[in-house]
Structures are given as C-alpha cells and as structure tokens.
Design a protein around this ligand. Structure first.
Ligand SMILES: Nc1ncnc2c1ncn2[C@@H]1O[C@H](COP(=O)(O)OP(=O)(O)OP(=O)(O)O)[C@@H](O)[C@H]1O
Length: 297
C-alpha cells in the first residue's frame, strides 16, 4: 500500500464559536496530486495550516510523515505556500531564495529554483519592487527550495494572469512527475481540473466528497437542459428539476436525470424548441454538492 505522508483523523478545529473543521479524516498518499475545493470559509486554509504544523487541532489527530507536524525535522520535508505571504521588501529575490534555502540540508541552488519557475531574470531585483504576480510566483517557488516530498499550495495562482498561471502549473506538474506529492487549494476550478487527480470537496468544515475528478462530477451528475419556451410557467414545477434559470426565452433546467426530464416535458406537452443537453461544468457540480451536503456526503 502506498505510504501515507500526511493524515488527519477525526480532526475538529474551532476558533471561538466558529467550527472551521468538523471531524475531518483525510489521508494524503505519496505521489498524489490532491485538489482541495470549497467555497470561502469552508476550512481549506485551516486544514493546510494543521498539516503544516502552524495550528493545532481542537480535537482529533494530525500526522505528518507518521509523527507530529510540529516536529521541525518533519516540517523540513514539506514546502508550503500560504494564502498570504509577507516577503521582506528590501531583500533581493536571489537573497531571499538563499535565506530560505539555508534552512534545508539539501536545498536547490538559487539558479535552479529561479529557472524552474521562470524567475531567473528577477534574481537581482528587490522584492518590494516586484509586481503582485511576480511576488506570488516567488512565494510559490520558495515552497520547492528544500526539495520537499510534500508541498501544500494554498491558492497559489490568485492574482496571476493566464500565462503566469500556466507556467506555474507546469512547475507543479514537473515536481509531481518527478514523484512529488502536492495538496493544492484553489478557487479556480479550471486549476483543480488541470492539475488534480483526486478532488476533496470541503463545505462548512466537512468533507463532502473525496474522489476522482470524474467521480466528483458523476456524484452530482447534474445536466443542464436548455429549451426555448413561450413562457417561464411552461417549465415551472416539472419533476426532477434542481434549479431553473431564464435567459430571455431560453430556460436552463438543472437536473440529475436529463432523459427523464425530457420525457416529462414531452408527456406534459411543453411547447419547447431548440433542445440542448450538456453536462455541467465542475463549478456547477461543485455548487450543487456544497448546497446539498447531506445528499453528497
Ligand atoms: N484565526 C481565526 N480566527 C477566527 N476564525 C477563523 C480564523 N481562521 C479561520 N477562521 C474561520 O474559520 C472558517 C474556515 O476558514 P478557512 O480560512 O480555513 O477557510 P477557507 O476554506 O480557506 O476559506 P477561503 O477560501 O476564503 O480562504 C471561517 O469561518 C473563518 O472565518
């Protein structure tokens, strides 16, 4: 069986009266690229911070490489890009890399790291003078400097343009292809789809789904049935409809069973035209899961 690099067992984390995580059990295995998906405040950053030893659970257990995430020796085996980083503005990029590298026994060289993340041209620039996107790329690159086995990236590409985002994805993929393990949180569903093999959907501090990308989509199996109808009332109240959106004369019906819905429309003699059926995007699937935690759990 593949080695478990990090795990939570029935972890609950409260901040005062807020329950950020509620009895979460999760294993991260060697070689996985796991996407953590969830709306704002779902508990993703809290989970990353627990794995990284930056927070302790209120109850339950967190393990990193089979021991405590607060053990510095274990923490040297991980790389982390937190959601927000405050890099020293007066340091040059290269100096900052050297500073972080000095904490690890077998760090990458400054040049190797900067080249891998397309930052070589910035080595002599002061951090305070970098653009927001350049700072973010540096913050992500720094997670890799100590040759970690496991990397946690908390919304790594927020604020990056499309090209910079794709470059960064390439860097993450290369690390993964070479045997590295990655846990990535993102608000960009496209990012999770592009990178992750396993998707963990978190909502209100609970794991709502933990499966392959295909299965997470299949779990909700929401289809969008679009038709043109003379009046919105023509499609109101049809059985099996999870939601309706009206775009002019077009009605978009969300349903788990598109075939049954089309049969219903024919039986009910709905005067529709221009029938279109398509699977939902991950975003729609995700909204459906998080809106119906009990059904999907
Ligand atoms: N230090 C803190 N003090 C009080 N409440 C906190 C603290 N950190 C997080 N929370 C609360 O815990 C819940 C989970 O927050 P968390 O940041 O883990 O969510 P998230 O999924 O990472 O959200 P986002 O996508 O917005 O970053 C939220 O309700 C948040 O307000």
């Amino acid at each position: 069986m593949t080695e478990i690099l990090a795990r939570t067992v029935e972890v609950t984390r409260r901040y005062g009266t807020v329950t950020a995580l509620d009895r979460v059990s999760l294993d991260i295995r060697a070689g996985e690229l796991v996407g953590l998906l969830g709306p704002n405040g779902a508990g993703k950053s809290t989970l990353v911070n627990l794995f990284a030893g930056l927070r302790r659970p209120t109850s339950g257990a967190v393990e990193l490489f089979g021991g405590s995430p607060r053990d510095p020796a274990r923490r040297r085996g991980i790389g982390v890009t937190p959601q927000e980083t405050g890099l020293p503005p007066t340091l040059r990029v290269g100096e900052c890399v050297d500073f972080v590298a000095a904490h690890y026994p077998d760090a990458l060289t400054r040049q190797a790291l900067l080249e891998r993340f397309g930052l070589a041209d910035l080595a002599r620039r002061q951090i305070g003078g970098l653009s927001g996107g350049q700072k973010r790329r540096l913050a992500v690159a720094l997670a890799f400097v100590g040759r970690p086995r496991l990397v946690f990236l908390d919304e790594p590409t927020t604020g990056l343009d499309v090209e910079a985002r794709r470059d960064l994805w390439d860097g993450v993929r290369r690390f993964h292809d070479a045997g590295g393990t990655v846990v990535i949180t993102s608000h960009y569903l496209e990012e999770i789809e592009a990178l992750a093999q396993r998707v963990v959907v978190i909502g209100e501090g609970r794991v709502l789904a933990d499966d392959t990308m295909e299965a997470v989509r299949g779990l909700v199996a929401v289809h969008r049935v679009a038709v043109t109808v003379p009046a919105p009332s023509d499609v109101a109240g049809l059985p099996g409809v999870l939601g309706v959106e009206h775009h002019g004369a077009r009605a978009h019906l969300l349903t788990n069973d598109a075939d049954a819905l089309v049969r219903e429309m024919v039986l009910a003699k709905v005067p529709f035209s221009g029938l279109e059926v398509r699977p939902t995007s991950l975003e729609e699937a995700f909204l459906t899961i998080t809106a119906q935690p009990r059904r999907a759990a």
